[in-house]
Every structure is written in structure tokens, then in C-alpha cells.
Write a protein that binds this ligand. Structure first.
Ligand code: ADP
Ligand code: ADP
Length: 229
């Protein structure tokens, strides 16, 4: 059975309908790309799957629990303990060093500082960031900052990594490197990846694609020869 299942979601922002009956399932450990035109509802759907937004109607189930009706305190605990996030512009905390940024999800879960930093450090070699540990976000290139954001999204071994246009601010070569690292690291630890992208080259790393149009989603399983890894 699916790890996350969204059924018939609707959500409007004032008069603007963003979702009009979107259904989508995410399986454990898979990489799912959500594609579609700008304004079709991709980010809104991602935010509903992650328990950040509550749909006006429909249901979201995560690991057998009803996510959309869960009290906010429980949902935020679930996001903190079970999900990881990567955004388009990295969104590192500028006052913190790169290694402190990576350690942040562990610190928020109550891991002691020394232990959190010890878990953060191996990610630097793994993602080709040796020597960047003490830099602040302003001293990193876009691709470096996005790899730091990726390490932060994965460091706590989330069951699901939600990524909204994770390569949108990068040139295509750097974007492909980030995708390769993200998919490789996620697969190694069994993390499912749900990513929003409008770039077919990025979606090619996914096992499945969901096409969103006018607030509805249609899923296709890619043929094996189309699966990149
Ligand atoms: P996509 O990610 O596919 O570009 P979004 O989910 O961001 O689409 O947006 C879907 C629709 O909802 C768009 O018409 C967008 O303008 C609108 N929308 C999204 N977020 C908000 C918001 N916070 N307030 C008002 N309208 C919003
Ligand atoms: P994307 O489509 O890549 O998510 P957008 O630029 O459409 O990016 O939206 C970025 C954020 O701005 C969204 O997360 C959404 O919450 C918000 N947003 C989008 N459209 C509107 C809008 N019409 N009014 C207010 N906020 C919006």
C-alpha cells in the first residue's frame, strides 16, 4: 500500500481554485516527479502531501494516519521527525555555518550539538563539499548552497523528502549533479522523494511522473528504459 495517499483534494485561495479534485499516491522509497504548467497547482499539491496546507475537501493519508485532520501540533511534529524539505533557493539560515545548517533538523529533534555536527560532517565529502563546513551561505555558490540544503533535507533520514523546484535556480549541469546526488543519497537510505519540477531533464530521474493540469493530477509509470537510475 502507498506511503502517502491523497484523494480528491480541492483547495482554493480566495476565489482562485488551485486544486480541483487531485488524487495521488506516493510509494515508500520511490522518486516521484510532479510536473505541469506554471500555476497548475503543483506546489499546492506538494504542500498538501507534506501537511503544510490543509485541503478544503478530500483526504490525505500518511502511513495509515489521516494527515489533513490531524491537530497542527501533531502535524508539525510529523514534519519535523519524518519529512525532509528542499526548496528552490536553498533557503539556508544565513547566520549559521554550512555544517550548522546541515545539523539543524537533528538539533530540532533534540540531538545534542556535538552529535548533530558529527552526523552532519560526512555529508560534505559525500556531496563534494570538502572544506565548506564553516562557510556561511553568502560564501557558497548556488550549486554549493543547494547541495548543503540537500544534505540538510536528508541528514535526519526522513521517510519522505519534499523538494519544490530543487534545481530551478541552477544551471542545467549543476542541476543534474544535484539531482544525481539527491536521488543517490535518498535511495541509499530508502527515502521517498517527491519533487516539483517543470524541467523534463530533472523529471527523468524519477520512477514515476504525476502530470498536474488545472488542479488535477494524472500519474504515469515510466517505462524501465526511461528510468535513469
Ligand atoms: P504551480 O506550483 O503549479 O505553479 P501553485 O500551486 O503555486 O501552482 O498555484 C496554483 C494556483 O493557486 C495559481 O493560480 C496560484 O496563483 C494560486 N496560489 C498559489 N498559492 C497562493 C497563495 N498563497 N495565495 C493566493 N493564490 C495562490
Ligand atoms: P511555484 O509555482 O514555483 O511554486 P510561485 O512563484 O508560483 O512558485 O509561488 C511561490 C509561492 O508564492 C507559493 O508557494 C505560493 O504560496 C505563493 N503564491 C503563488 N501565487 C500567489 C498569489 N497569486 N498570491 C499570493 N501568493 C501566491
Amino acid at each position: 500500500t502507498a506511503l502517502i495517499e491523497a484523494r480528491d483534494l480541492t483547495l482554493s485561495f480566495g476565489e482562485t481554485p488551485a486544486l480541483r479534485g487531485a488524487s495521488l499516491a506516493v510509494e515508500a522509497g520511490e522518486v516521484l516527479a510532479i510536473m505541469g504548467p506554471s500555476g497548475s497547482g503543483k506546489s499546492t499539491l506538494l504542500h498538501c502531501l507534506a501537511g503544510i496546507l490543509t485541503p478544503d475537501s478530500g483526504e490525505v493519508h500518511f502511513a495509515g494516519r489521516r494527515l489533513d485532520t490531524m491537530p497542527e501540533a501533531q502535524r508539525s511534529a510529523l514534519r519535523r521527525d519524518t519529512f525532509g524539505f528542499v526548496f528552490q533557493f536553498g533557503q539556508l539560515v544565513p547566520e549559521l555555518t554550512a555544517e550548522e545548517n546541515v545539523a539543524l533538523p537533528l538539533l530540532l529533534r533534540g540531538t545534542k550539538r556535538a552529535a548533530a555536527l558529527a552526523e552532519a560532517r560526512p555529508w560534505f565529502a559525500r556531496l563534494g563539499l570538502d572544506g565548506m563546513e564553516r562557510r556561511r551561505s553568502g560564501e557558497l555558490s548556488g550549486g554549493q548552497a543547494q547541495r548543503v540544503a540537500l544534505a540538510r533535507g536528508l541528514v535526519a533520514r526522513p521517510q519522505v523528502l519534499f523538494a519544490d523546484e530543487p534545481t530551478g535556480a541552477l544551471d542545467s549541469l549543476t542541476g543534474e549533479q544535484v539531482m544525481e546526488l539527491m536521488v543517490g543519497a535518498a535511495r541509499e537510505q530508502g527515502t521517498a522523494v517527491v519533487l516539483v519540477t517543470h524541467e523534463p531533464r530533472v523529471a527523468a530521474y524519477a520512477d514515476r511522473e504525476a502530470m498536474v493540469r488545472d488542479g488535477r493530477a494524472r500519474t504515469t509509470r515510466l517505462a524501465p528504459e526511461q528510468v535513469a537510475s
